[in-house]
Design a protein around this ligand. Sequence first.
Ligand code: NAP
Ligand code: G4F
Length: 323
Amino acid sequence: MTKSALITGVTGQDGSYLAELLLSKGYKVFGLRRRTSTPIMENVEHIKNEIEFIEGDLLDQGSLISAIRISNADEVYNLAAQSFVGTSWEQSVLTGQVTGIGVTNMLEAVRLTKPEARFYQASSSEMFGKVVETPQKETTPFYPRSPYGVAKVYGHWITVNYRESFDMYACSGILFNHESPRRGVEFVTRKVTDAAARIKLGLEKELRMGNLDAKRDWGFAGDYVKAMHLMLQQEYADDYVISTGEMHTVQELVEIAFNYVDLNWKDYVIVDPKFVRPAEVDLLLGDCTKAKQKLGWEQKVGFQQLVQMMVESDLQKLSKYKV
Ligand code: NAP
Ligand code: G4F
């Protein structure tokens, strides 16, 4: 029988890759989309006729109940969030409402409407924040360092709580940073690859950055959505860290991107305090042994290949504007 899935955040980076994956597996895919004055469809333009869109918002309980009713989803992937850490200091209340309470709104919609549906929550390595052990795994205590991280900790624990209280099949994927050509341009990887391409094409002269010493465990979004799907195909619901197990600095990211377009990054990059955060997460490094052993998940795309893929994509997108 055809399975159906509801994806919140379908227009985002992960939502679009997950929709592609589920469509390729024969799912009927429903996507929760916010009403916007101008549609934001770039990431799903190529599959928009295969997805059934339902208008709704994580802050509007009625629309979530309707979405579960309309989709009759066997699997619900809650990917929607105010997902940019930087903005979470400027819009801390909204971030708490959407990224935190929004998870309870979604869980309640499932519990009241189709409690047997399987539920995936997009938890984050940002919950580890000021890390208390390295590498970080499922049992590592959380120490969030931003309003976003705090909201994600709430979303994580409410998911565990619904699993334990109502016997729902609810999983949290604790995903480390994952990127792609579909990443929003405010995130550091895409900001750098977009700028390297612009500078190469004569469209920009410099790149203003924050903390170049921050270290992250960066993977490819296309690999990571496979883990989300695998988590909902197990006998029991559980939580899993998904990561590459490799850490790189922001400076290494900059070097790879600028080298790819034959430029010396030192000639263009300026450190600007405007992009330094009120509280920084200095390093994140994941240990995904559990996911490898229990889900059989593994990453395919390495860091250098990922950065080069993103620069190449930005060069292609921008080449028509070359001066
Ligand atoms: P993204 O590209 O920023 O996508 C976020 C999605 O959420 C967009 O579709 C956005 O819709 C939607 N959204 C925002 N507010 C909403 C609301 N109030 N109601 C309904 N939809 C709303 O994020 P992503 O990188 O794909 O990440 C997916 C999820 O994984 C997020 O929860 C993120 O926090 C989490 N996560 C991401 C990473 C990572 O490295 N990418 C790592 C760990 C966890 P619009 O298009 O209308 O803005
Ligand atoms: O790319 P970022 O903005 O990602 P961040 O803060 O790690 O959050 C991302 O990953 C989380 C998983 O750990 C997700 F949950 C979250 O939704 C999001 O997808 O910044 C990465 C690092 C930070 O240390 C930041 O301070 O890069 C540093 N950085 C240095 N200069 C910069 C910049 N970040 C941005 N965005 N812009 C800069 O100019």
